[in-house]
Structures are given as structure tokens and as C-alpha cells.
Design a protein around this ligand. Structure first.
Ligand code: MOS
Length: 703
């Protein structure tokens, strides 16, 4: 495979050239330690006990018999746990999820709510005692019915406004030659990253030291400071290697309960979530019900676009899955209306999960566009090209580069789209019906204020310190390349230290903002250091350190409609006797800013597209009305695409860069999954002539 890499790289620069992960050897030899395996002297182990009822009150926690079991040191619960402060708004502008603020009252708002922590000398003793702990409840009736027909749904803002609206929707629909009016649904989906959540907390010389697996040490430290009412300087959070995050690795019950136990016992305490516990404690993607109405002129020009989405949240925390994001950016119409609604149910709190909003939203919108193309008798790519907006459809802002049309043209060329017979259900190969589909992708570009320190060492090497998080994406390597270019030295002279809140505040690995946020700070500090060194003088034994802070630069950034884009293509084969759907090939072509490291960038994009296949065909968490919990809430019961389900996937990009970013970066973390499920669903329609508006496209739904 060839990759086109471009951008403003100096001809000798390393940004834009492929490099394996700088910590790759440590990872494959086991030298890289993860949060749950770093040894501490005198370590005790906590095991969380989760509620077995879906709603009610805790009547009693039977600590007596358990405290006399071998190795048991303590049982923490709402009757004896320290009180926490929870009435704050954290660094990302949201209040804490009460699921993390454990053991504060006797209320149980959902099945799998943490009710106690059993601490013992070994994990086995803690587990055995946790399983023996008798907790009695006063049950209350629970309600987990997710439906758009409920009277108690309401519009909610989240990080985007709940509602955007212009024009006369009904008039434009009435005047349209072609109308699509359909409902699309996506199920509850779970992150299930490879490394489960794990934290070790201990007091060390008057400071709280937490070794954790998270997407931002600044973020977790900040929340612990507020929750436990500590001095900011008294908390250190480290997170050196992280086996996946996807939006789920933030402050949760395991860090908080570990800190409580370490404080009580005055020794290090580790709490690790089991895979099963993750299915109720670590967040998930809410199910969505989405209604889309499109109206177009005979030539395909959109007159009307309405996208309404409903998601569920818990009774204790409001989370909005902002599914209408793609509609606000990809397409304009004379009448344009988008609305995000939520409903509060007796379920765990959902959270960010890769491309929150855009992943389910693009399934609905891009499938609806495909239906409109069919009605207009237009090629689906041509329909999209005819509706390319000049400015942000809702914001009215100028685009900071778009290049979606370039993605479609390059993708169509490489996928062989020109030869496609538009008729559905006419290609047969033995028992397989074959089809191809396409979809657009977009994801917002952002950056969070960050600080970095770059030190010129006396031996001629450079040390970069930044509280960045590498959650498996290759961020550490990307920052090494960025620093080397900014310093104009070979990468072997640069070491990058990350994952330590003592390095000063930095943004999170989330919202596709990590590498952009951190590279900005690293570039600023390294550039200034290079100038200082160029002025001459010798480097003293303690080195020369330059610090940067991007807060002011980001505050001064021009307001533009700033997104990464992509065009997804899929070929599907459908066995109409068994209902089996196989994806045969997939291609994604993206416009995602300057690509720092083509090797890890391609990994990231292919990973997102793989997840799109999984979303289209496999993933579905099913809640049991009687218990309020999940059927098979673990990796035995929750299907994800396995190796055999994933064909050769090609991901590439067109020339693109953010004009206002010092390195030209936009973001690639999430755009890879956006539109991927729609491309597969559209291919299944092209194969069979049947529209699937309800994910996943299971065999029983195909038949
Ligand atoms: Mo991503 S869902 O913002 O970690």
C-alpha cells in the first residue's frame, strides 16, 4: 500500500515519515508496565461489590462475617466511607458522574452500582470475601424502557446546543420532489478496551500518588483534588502506558475507592475492574433512536433536512450522545433542523465512546442520504457533491479546509466506483449477493490548553515533559517526531516523558484533540529553546528548560468550522440463505490535517473502520427488563468483530492541513469510525435491495 503524506514539513523533517512506536520494544517484551501490574511494597487489594438490584435502597451491609475471613482488612460502604465533594464542574465543563463518587448514600440508581469495597491482602482473598458479602436492599420498581414514544424525553444541550433550527421545515418538505422520512436505531454498545481499568493509590510523604490507566493525568488529578478536598500540589497521578481508552478511561469508582481505602489503611491499595464490572461501571454508548426527514429537488439539492436523536442517560447524571453533529456540518438545506433529546432511565450512566455522537449519527444520516440518492436516481457520491456547502450550515462559519470532495474522488478512483451498477440485488456469486456502499465522515477538530517543558541536556540530548496520554495511539511517538522537527535534531536525541500530572496541566487523549493539543505546546517550547541555544553559550549541568502554555494561543484562534473529513467505501456479501453478512473490502480516504506518523495514523484509522464493521454487524448489548442488567455483559456475551470478520482494510488520506495549527494537525482519533457502519449498511442494501435501519445487521434481521 502506498500512503500519500504531505504538509508543511521541512524537506529534512521527520513529521510525515513512518516510525514504529518508540516504546514498542518495551511493550512487546513486557518491560512496559501497566497500572495493574506495577509492584508496591505492602500492597493491599480492593474488590468492588456491585448492586444486584436495579433501583432501591441499601438496608444493610453484612460486614461482620466477612471481616473475619482470611486476609480481609476492611469493608468500605456508605455507612463508613469518607464524604466527598461532588458539587463541582470539572476541567472539561461537566460535573462528576456520581457512579465514580462511591459510597455516599444508601441509594441504588441502577443494576451494577458500586455498594462496597472489600480490601484484603491478596486479590483472591478480596474476591472471595466480596462474593460472600451479604447486602440487603429495599427494592423499588425500575424502568429501563428506551423509547421515543415516552412522554418524559427532553431536549438537552450536552457540549452542543440541543436544538438548531432555520427555515420552514413543513413547507420545504411539501415542496420537495423526493422525500425520505425514516427512523434509524443503534443499540447500547460498550468500549471493552484491552486493558481493564486499574488504579493503585498510596500516600507518599504527605502526597497522594495514584498510578492509574487513564486518558489524562491532569484530568484525573484535578477531579481527585476536588472530590477529596485536597491541595492541587498534594496529588500526583501517573499513567505511563494505557491499553486503550476510547472515552471510558476517566475518573471512575476504582480510583476513588482505592484512594478511600489507602487513606483508611495507610498502605497502598489497588483496585482493578473485572471485565464484567466494566460493563456496568465504565460507561458505554447509549442506544439511539433517530428520525431523519430529507426533502430534495429533482436534481438532488436538499430543501429540507431534519435530524432528531434520542439517547438514554441515568437518573444520576445527564449524558447527551450528540448524534446530530454530522447533520450540522455536512449538509445545508433551506429548512434545517437538528435536535438531541435524552430520557432518564434506571440504567448506568453512558459516556463518551469513540466518536460520541458522530458514530451513531453518521449511521442514520449517511444511510438516509443513500436512500435519497436512490429516490433521486442519482449516484450517492454525486448527491453529496451537489450538496457541498460553502460555509458551516449551522454556524455560518468559514471552513478551515474541507476536502471532502477530494476524499470522495480519490476514494471512488481507488475503489473502482465508476464501474458500479446502481441497481440493487442484481449481483450474485453462488449463494452470495454482492453490493458496494459509501458514506461521508466528519469529526470536530479541537485543542485543549496544555503546558510542556523541553530541556536541553548537557549531553546534547533533549527531554520533553508533558502530561500527555498515549492510550495506544502512538501519541508518544508522534510527539517525539514533532519535538525533533521543532528542535531540528534527529529523533534519537529526543526523549519524551508523558503520563505524569507533575509535568503540569495538559489536555486529554479524547475528542481527537490529544496530539494536536500537545504538539502545539511541544512546538512552542522546543522552538523557543532552539532559538535560545542558537544564541550561543554552553548548557549547564542542570540543562536549559523552556516551558510553554498554549492557553493564550488557543484563546486567540480564529473561529472557523474546523473538522476532519472522510469518505468510506465498503463491499459486502450477503448470504440470503443464512442471513450472514461478510464485509469483503473497505477503503477510507480522509482529510484529517497533517499526518504526523503515517504508520500509527493508519493503525488508528483502520482501527476505527474495523469498529465500524463491528458496529454494523456485531455489537449489541441487550438489557434484561426483569433485572435491569445486561444479558451476557462480558466478552463472551458481547460480540465484537473478530479477526475473521475483518477483511483487508485500506486507509489513506489526501493533502490537507489545518491552516491555523503550528504543525498543521487536525485529528484522526475518531473520524475513522464515522460513516463506516453506514457504508456497510448501504452496501448490504446494494447487495439485497433491502434497507436495514436497525443496527446491528444480524442474520435474523437479514432473513
Ligand atoms: Mo474519545 S470518545 O473522546 O476518548
Amino acid at each position: 500500500m502506498t500512503t500519500a503524506t504531505t504538509g508543511a514539513a521541512t524537506p529534512t523533517g521527520v513529521v510525515g515519515t513512518a516510525h514504529t512506536r518508540v516504546e514498542g520494544r518495551d511493550k512487546v517484551t513486557g518491560a512496559a508496565r501497566y497500572a495493574g501490574e506495577i509492584p508496591f511494597a505492602g500492597l493491599a487489594h480492593g474488590w468492588l461489590v456491585l448492586s444486584t438490584v436495579a433501583r432501591g435502597r441499601i438496608l444493610s451491609v453484612g460486614t461482620g462475617p466477612v471481616l473475619s475471613m482470611p486476609g480481609v482488612l476492611a469493608v468500605l460502604h456508605h455507612g463508613n466511607a469518607p464524604r466527598l465533594t461532588t458539587d463541582y464542574v470539572g476541567m472539561l465543563g461537566v460535573p462528576p458522574d456520581p457512579t465514580a463518587a462511591v459510597f455516599q448514600d444508601d441509594r441504588v440508581p441502577h443494576a451494577g452500582w458500586p455498594v462496597a469495597l472489600v480490601v484484603a491482602e491478596t486479590p483472591e482473598q478480596a474476591r472471595e470475601a466480596a462474593e460472600a458479602l451479604v447486602v440487603t436492599y429495599e427494592r423499588e420498581p425500575h424502568d429501563i424502557v428506551f423509547s421515543d414514544a415516552r412522554p418524559d424525553t427532553y431536549p438537552a444541550d450536552g457540549h452542543l446546543p440541543a436544538l438548531t433550527e432555520k427555515g420552514d421545515m413543513e413547507a420545504e418538505l411539501a415542496a420537495s420532489a423526493h422525500v425520505v422520512d425514516e427512523e434509524y436505531t443503534t443499540p447500547e454498545e460498550h468500549h471493552a478496551m484491552m486493558e481493564p481499568h486499574a488504579a493503585t493509590a498510596r500516600w507518599d510523604g504527605g502526597r497522594l500518588d495514584v498510578v492509574d490507566s487513564n486518558q489524562g493525568t491532569t484530568w484525573v488529578a484535578d477531579e481527585l483534588v476536588r472530590m477529596f478536598s485536597l491541595d492541587a500540589s498534594a496529588v500526583r497521578v501517573r499513567s505511563e502506558h494505557v491499553g486503550g481508552g476510547f472515552g471510558s478511561k476517566r475518573l471512575r469508582a476504582h480510583q476513588v475507592s482505592a484512594v478511600m481505602a489507602a487513606t483508611l489503611l495507610r498502605r497502598p491499595v489497588r483496585v482493578v475492574l473485572t471485565r464484567r464490572q466494566m460493563f456496568s461501571l465504565s460507561g458505554y454508548r447509549s442506544p439511539t433512536t433517530q428520525r431523519i426527514r430529507l426533502g430534495a429537488d429533482p436534481d438532488g439539492r436538499l430543501r429540507a433536512l431534519e435530524h432528531r436523536s434520542l439517547n438514554q442517560t441515568s437518573t444520576v447524571w445527564e449524558f447527551v450522545e450528540p448524534s446530530t453533529g454530522v447533520a450540522r456540518v455536512l449538509y445545508d438545506a433551506d429548512a434545517h433542523r437538528t435536535e438531541n433529546r435524552v430520557v432518564r432511565l434506571d440504567v448506568p450512566s453512558p459516556t463518551w465512546m469513540r466518536a460520541p455522537g458522530e458514530a451513531p449519527g453518521s449511521f442514520a444520516m449517511e444511510a438516509a442520504l443513500d436512500e435519497l440518492a436512490e429516490k433521486c436516481g442519482l449516484d450517492p457520491i454525486e448527491l453529496r457533491l451537489r450538496n457541498e456547502p460553502e460555509r458551516g450550515p449551522v454556524s455560518g462559519l468559514e471552513f478551515a479546509g474541507r476536502n471532502l470532495a477530494a476524499c470522495f474522488r480519490e476514494g471512488a478512483r481507488r475503489f473502482g466506483w465508476a464501474d458500479r451498477d446502481p441497481r440493487p440485488g442484481v449481483r450474485r456469486e453462488g449463494r452470495w449477493l454482492l453490493g458496494t456502499g459509501t458514506a461521508a465522515a466528519s469529526f470536530p477538530v479541537g485543542a485543549l490548553p496544555s503546558t510542556a517543558a523541553v530541556t536541553a541536556e548537557p549531553d546534547g540530548t533533549f527531554t520533553v515533559r508533558i502530561a500527555a496520554a498515549d492510550i495506544g495511539t502512538g501519541a508518544r511517538t508522534a510527539l517525539t517526531l514533532v519535538a525533533a522537527d521543532a528542535l531540528r535534531v534527529p529523533i534519537v536525541r529526543v526523549r519524551v516523558r508523558i503520563g505524569d500530572s507533575d509535568f503540569g496541566p495538559a489536555g486529554i487523549a479524547g475528542g481527537s484533540m490529544g496530539t494536536r493539543s500537545w504538539a502545539w505546546a511541544v512546538t512552542a517550547a522546543a522552538g523557543e529553546l532552539r532559538e535560545r541555544l542558537a544564541a550561543g553559550g554552553t548548557v549547564p549541568p542542570e540543562g536549559i528548560t523552556v516551558r510553554s502554555d498554549t492557553t493564550a494561543a488557543l484563546g486567540a484562534l480564529a473561529r472557523k468550522e474546523r473538522h476532519s473529513y472522510g469518505a468510506q467505501f465498503a463491499e459486502a456479501a450477503v448470504d440470503v440463505t443464512t442471513g450472514e453478512v461478510r464485509v469483503r473490502r473497505m477503503l477510507g480516504v480522509f482529510a484529517a490535517g497533517r499526518i504526523v506518523n503515517p504508520l500509527t495514523a493508519r493503525n488508528q484509522l483502520v482501527g476505527g473502520m474495523t469498529w465500524g464493521i463491528s458496529m454494523a454487524l456485531h455489537e449489541e448489548a441487550v438489557r434484561d427488563g426483569a433485572s435491569g442488567g445486561l444479558y451476557g455483559g462480558d466478552l463472551a456475551g458481547y460480540h465484537v468483530a473478530s479477526h475473521a470478520d475483518v477483511p483487508a482494510i485500506e486507509a489513506d488520506w489526501v493533502d490537507d492541513q489545518d491552516p491555523d495549527d503550528p504543525v498543521g494537525i487536525k485529528g484522526i482519533g475518531e473520524v475513522g469510525i464515522v460513516g463506516a457502519a453506514a457504508a456497510v449498511a448501504n452496501a448490504v442494501w446494494h447487495a439485497t435491495g433491502v434497507r436495514h435501519r436497525c443496527l446491528p445487521i444480524r442474520p435474523d434481521r437479514v432473513l
